[in-house]
Design a protein around this ligand. Structure first.
Ligand code: P6P
Length: 337
């Protein structure tokens, strides 16, 4: 019987990874399968959000001081639930939870990894049907196996990530997953309910013609950023243009588009919020890991995002991320300063 090997499911991909690395324990493969399962459950609710009373605010305020949408809570519970009951994760940090959650049972305490999540990024877009996403980051524990995970397991610099990924709930539902071996994209096939390999070995084009930034904050950005944005608007055929501005206020969607097509995404600090808005641990670090494994760059305007040593779970950072040559042009404005 001819088996269709053309289309590889996420599970088959993780099993193939284990075959390629016989010494692998299978924990990371199990972690990715758990995340894929939770993503499918979240996807069902996201796709019918307009039909059931799951829209609107959950009536609570999260640690960020933002109104929590019911889907945020549902998504958080799905990812925490599959990992708590899996065999691969000792604890998690989440945008929706004030502090880390240590699973502290015999199996979890012997798990090698911890995860950080933004369960539903761009949740302000839920009610207006714009793409939203889940972001995840995986670290090997630095604490002693057999004992509960500790805060230090979660406060590692992004360059220590073992894996990172996102799910984008858009015109189709995709899971993009990066390890040090590269970046692969899987699209959910509703006919079989499986994520299937659709974008093998994703490479971020070295340049592009898309810049993504919230122009509403323009006059509060610092000079080099304003100069670069102005230069993007002046691009024409004589200097690598014309550029176009694309920004949907869902970082997963904006960064995903620029990862595939080439482009730069900026969420700079402002005079009133010099640290910007985005969270280092569960938004910027995983996206920076993914884009850099695909050949792009990510900085906070001064240093590589992945080199920042975190001091607290929910700390913010300015972020500039995207195609290598566009990032280098942006950096040239800071250098002039
Ligand atoms: P602004 C969504 O709330 C988010 O955290 C990112 O996904 C997105 O890029 C950013 O905020 C949008 O923020 O200030 O432009 O609305």
């Amino acid at each position: 019987m001819q088996i269709n090997r053309r289309v590889q499911t996420l599970d088959e991909f993780t099993i193939q990874q284990m075959r390629d690395f016989p010494q692998a324990t299978g924990e990371l493969a199990g972690l990715l399968r758990d995340i894929g399962l939770a993503a499918k459950r979240v996807n069902v609710e996201v796709n019918k959000a307009g039909l059931v009373d799951i829209l609107g605010d959950a009536g609570s305020i999260n640690v960020q001081g933002e109104e929590v949408k019911k889907l945020d809570v549902y998504a958080n519970n799905q990812f925490v639930g599959v990992l708590r009951h899996g065999i691969s994760c000792a604890g998690i940090g989440s945008e929706e939870l004030d502090d880390i959650v240590i699973f502290d049972d015999e199996v979890s305490n012997n798990s090698k990894y911890v995860c950080l999540f933004d369960p539903l990024d761009g949740s302000a877009n839920i009610d207006v049907n714009v793409s939203i996403g889940t972001i995840f980051s995986v670290y090997r524990r630095v604490s002693e196996l057999g004992k509960p995970a500790t805060q230090q397991d979660f406060l590692q610099p992004g360059n220590q990530q073992i894996a990172a990924g996102y799910i984008i709930y858009g015109s189709s539902t995709m899971l993009v997953y990066a390890t040090r071996r590269g970046v692969n994209g899987f699209t959910l096939d509703p006919s079989i309910g499986e994520f299937t390999m659709s974008h093998p070995n994703i490479v971020c084009p070295p340049s592009g013609k898309i810049y993504s930034v919230n122009h509403g904050h323009f006059f509060r950005y610092d000079e080099p950023v304003k100069q670069y944005i102005t230069a993007c608007q002046k691009k024409d055929k004589t200097n690598g243009g014309p550029y176009t501005q694309r920004y949907v206020a869902s970082m997963v969607a904006d960064v995903h588009r620029n990862l595939i097509k080439g482009g730069i995404f900026m969420y700079p600090g402002t005079t009133d919020k010099p640290k910007g808005k985005l969270r280092l641990l569960y938004e910027c670090n995983p996206m920076a890991f993914i884009v850099e494994k695909a050949g792009g760059l990510a900085t906070n305007g001064v240093e590589n995002i992945l080199d920042i040593v975190p001091t607290e779970l929910h700390q913010r950072t300015p972020m500039f991320i995207g195609s290598k040559l566009m990032m280098e042009e942006l950096e040239s404005y800071s250098a002039k300063k």
